[in-house]
Design a protein around this ligand. Sequence first.
Ligand code: ADP
Ligand code: MG
Length: 218
Amino acid sequence: MTDHAAIVAKCIDAALAIIVEKERELGDLDAVAGDGDHGAGMVRGFRAAAAVERSGTASQVLVNAGMAFSNAAGGASGALVGTWIMRVGMSLQGEILDASTVHAALDKAAIAVAQLGNTRVGDKTMLDTLSPFAEAYGNAAATGASISAAWAQALPTARLGMEITRNMIATRGRASVLGERSRGTQDPGATSMYYVLAAVGDVLAADCPSESAAPSGG
Ligand code: ADP
Ligand code: MG
């Protein structure tokens, strides 16, 4: 049987590793129209998320990681990313863990971020990565793709969502104060979330390659 909690723990470690690698880049993006702390905040958040107790279910590990992230990261993104992680975890409480339950979790988590941030797609935030990713994941899951295959199929949509924030003007968060100055720079939160999703995709491809949403056998 797949140990989903162990895979989740590996995903958090992979997210921490990529965020540490990209800390400077994320800070530089945030410095253009914000305060330059996005990389540092994300590193604090994922360090705390990686330090939580890892026994228990995948759901429990994610909920605890999300809470730890929120408490440690600070800033607007601390609460938002922490909520996203927590909501994914809360939605994965059921017995069945397959691509369609993962899709439901990604969907609920993106909606929670939108509600907490009072944000929509197009506002130049992390939601521009998270929301299209959830939708693309759902489309892949509906064709019977496995958890990891759906993730891989949805990643290019998340990348596109991140990339098109470059031409947007920020209307939420600190960067909205400088509005026009944010145009021409990719949104830091959209960028960090893409890196996280890509890192998780690498873990899933290695650790649960053949799991299928469709019932096996028959
Ligand atoms: P702060 O703005 O408090 O310094 P960070 O620099 O860590 O926090 O994060 C900035 C990122 O947070 C932005 O690039 C954007 O993606 C995201 N963000 C800010 N405000 C909101 C919001 N209201 N809704 C969704 N995302 C937001
Ligand atoms: Mg900032």
